[in-house]
Ligand binder design. Structure first.
Ligand code: SAM
Ligand code: 2KA
Ligand code: SF4
Ligand code: MG
Length: 210
């Protein structure tokens, strides 16, 4: 395959830079506690300084993998597939979700929402970032809003984001991992005062699982 042929397949979402895939328990948000197969797609230019998967950022470090093979393999492990990254919406997700849905799977995404919403999703977890705001379409479609709390200004940002999502969207505040000892008490007070919000913890990190 020439470089330009490979690039064309990446542009169409028929190849995807696959960083890693693993069967685990969804640790965060609404589906926490549910067994799921995670597919982590490389590539992200959002640049969160506290990102816990910075190794995902450069797409060229991750092998361009046939989308059908990703779906075929994922189907062997679980009925629930979580597509994450990196930022999966940097790529055309239509082919991957089509292949997964044809296999009868529940398909979830973890996204910052900063790129065009492609793919057919049973569950959209939107985690907005100040550096690169979500598109209007993803605010309208998100099933859960998961705002990361690193400092006090993140409470303001979370409320601003909550005003933009659809009325059925479930609202979560999740402590940034390195700041959890400081921010968890602040999150607890905030949620008791603003009970439309719920707490989300990265429970997989407490369980020492991927
Ligand atoms: C690694 S991101 C990948 C998906 C997408 N780029 C996004 O940010 O939603 C997956 C989830 O982990 C969250 N996350 C990343 N680093 C974190 C950290 N240090 N503490 C808490 N949550 C974190 C993100 O906000 C997002 O909800
Ligand atoms: N167990 C587990 N749950 C998760 N929920 C969201 C994750 C992610 O990195 O997108 C994640 C992850 O990396 N592991
Ligand atoms: S958008 Fe997601 S993957 Fe990208 S830097 Fe932020 S947390 Fe990391
Ligand atoms: Mg993670």
């Amino acid at each position: 395959m020439t470089r330009s042929e490979r690039q064309e397949l990446l542009d169409k979402g028929l190849l995807l830079p696959l960083m890693e895939e693993f069967y685990t328990i969804q640790g965060e948000g609404f589906h926490k506690g549910t067994a799921a197969y995670f597919v982590r797609i490389g590539g992200c230019d959002v640049g969160c300084h506290w990102c816990d998967v910075k190794e995902s950022w450069l797409p060229e470090l991750h092998p361009a993998t046939e989308t059908i093979k990703i779906a075929e393999n994922a189907a062997k492990y679980s009925k629930t597939i979580v597509v994450t990254g990196g930022e999966p919406l940097m790529w055309n997700m239509d082919p991957l979700t089509k292949e997964l849905k044809e296999r009868g799977l529940q398909v979830h995404i973890e996204t910052s929402g900063a790129y065009k919403l492609t793919g057919t999703w049973d569950w959209i977890c939107l985690s907005p970032k100040k550096n690169k705001l979500p598109t209007d379409e993803v605010y309208a479609q998100a099933h859960e809003l998961k705002c990361i709390i690193y400092n006090k200004d993140d409470f303001r940002f979370a409320q601003e984001q909550a005003a933009k999502v659809n009325k059925d969207c479930i609202l979560y505040l999740q402590p940034e991992w390195s700041k959890k000892d400081k921010v968890v008490p602040e999150i607890v007070d905030f949620v008791m005062a603003n009970p439309q919000w719920k707490v989300s913890l990265q429970t997989h990190k407490y369980l020492n699982i991927p």
